[in-house]
Design a protein around this ligand. Sequence first.
Ligand code: HEM
Length: 506
Amino acid sequence: MLPGLFVLAVVLCTVTLSWYWRQRLRWADSIPRARPANRWLGNVGDFIGKSPGEVFLVLDQHFRQHDRLFTMRFGSQLAIGITHPELVQKVLTHPDCQAKPDLYKVVRLPNGLLAARYDVWKLHRKTLNSTFNARILESFVPIFNDCTQRLVGRLDRYARTGAQCNILEYISACTLEMISRTSLGGKVLEREGAEQFITNLEVALRTIGVRIFNIFLHIDFIYQFTELYRNEMRAINICQQFTRKIIQDKREEIARFFGENGTQPDRDAAEEQHYRKPQIFIDQLMKMPLADPTAQRHFSDEEISDHIYTMIVAGNETSATQLAHTCLLLAMHPEVQAKAYDEVAGLIFSPDQEITIELMKDLHYVECVLKESMRLMPVAPIVGRQNLAELEVDGHRIPKGSVFLFHFYALHRRKDVWGPTADEFDPDRFLREAGRHPYAHLPFSGGARGCIGYRYAMMSLKTLLAQILRNYELTTELRYEDIRYQYQISLNLAFPHAVRLRRRNT
Ligand code: HEM
């Protein structure tokens, strides 16, 4: 009798729940659906038990099967995949679609641009846009060059052995140095505790990657009892101690430099002299008031710390991995590498010549190579948005609070946009861009919430790639058709970026 009653209760609950979910999601009936793995749970089964790399490929399949938009259901929750460049543009640029889904909270930087709530983001982004203006970026050029020269020096030691190296390891150390020096100041990596900071930063980042792909760990109540949580908290604590000390020292330095109230008569002269130096991000944050006439305040220490971390989190691994992908693609395609080298050799006459802003502008083919690597292997291939008001997309009314997903990897390989050679590495396609939809190539995302650091990234990557090509010929035993991915926070390879470097005659 009892087991019978239990079965009946379970059946009743399931039917009621399923009816309720159907009613709740009726608005989406007219939108094409990704074929659900399970009638009750929808597409949950497509992802459970899969590695992050497999999750990435399942999503890629769903995105490629739908021309404009589609839905995926996870129990009672829907996600709307936006696939067509026209609709991608509409949603990414819509003022009501600049909020991020809850999942971004795992980044744990509530004031940083990447994961901030919409209202916080709007105020902070308006204020921070000016910290990436042309004058400030130009002041970073000596740092980009110096870090690049140090990388070439380190690679040289390797090149002499003739052995294969995982070039990503070397590039990562270099981009971390760049981002640390431009955001925290020149000698930051020589400070006490810097090594621990780097190790723990790595731990904190890996944790985000693991957590994002484990649906159970999204629930804070479960997560807080895990070993992963304890490690993450320990790592964040160590990193914060390091940056808190830098912020404190900076505050003292600025007070000494400008005087307590900053009103002494030689302030203008002092500031002018100060501006000739690289415009370090932390100095900007300390000096600038928030772009809100009602707020009348400067950034707090906590906000400064979140912004600095966000720049490191968003800017380091992305830049390093993208450049390592590019080097590998060039090693796999010697004819493209030769063409890029010819351009570089015609502009850079000695191996230690500084890459100036003017020279960067002349590196047309190098830019095409970077864009093509970002098209085929975009390191930030999936992003999400949430709408803060009801929205009409392609004739469908999407209720407030819906989650939109964009898969740039799939977008970048659409044959109707890129032609039959969409899967091939061909930087020349960027020499003839006319007529292509502006939202068909989005390695830095798009709209108001697109990457704030994209000009920074292009400048630093051009400097690095031009000098690597100027100094070395890259070869590899890996083949393009054998590329396999691993996806955590960024799109990486399932194996090391193994290349050989041969010193060019200088
Ligand atoms: C190849 C290098 C890079 C790539 C491919 C890249 C890509 C992206 C993408 C796709 C987004 C949107 C993320 C989303 O909507 O979820 C983003 C956001 C962001 N990126 Fe980058 N990025 C790169 C380098 C950088 C650098 C060097 C910095 C800083 C110096 C940076 C800082 C940021 C920040 C702060 C955001 C959040 C912007 C906001 O929400 O307002 N990125 N990036």
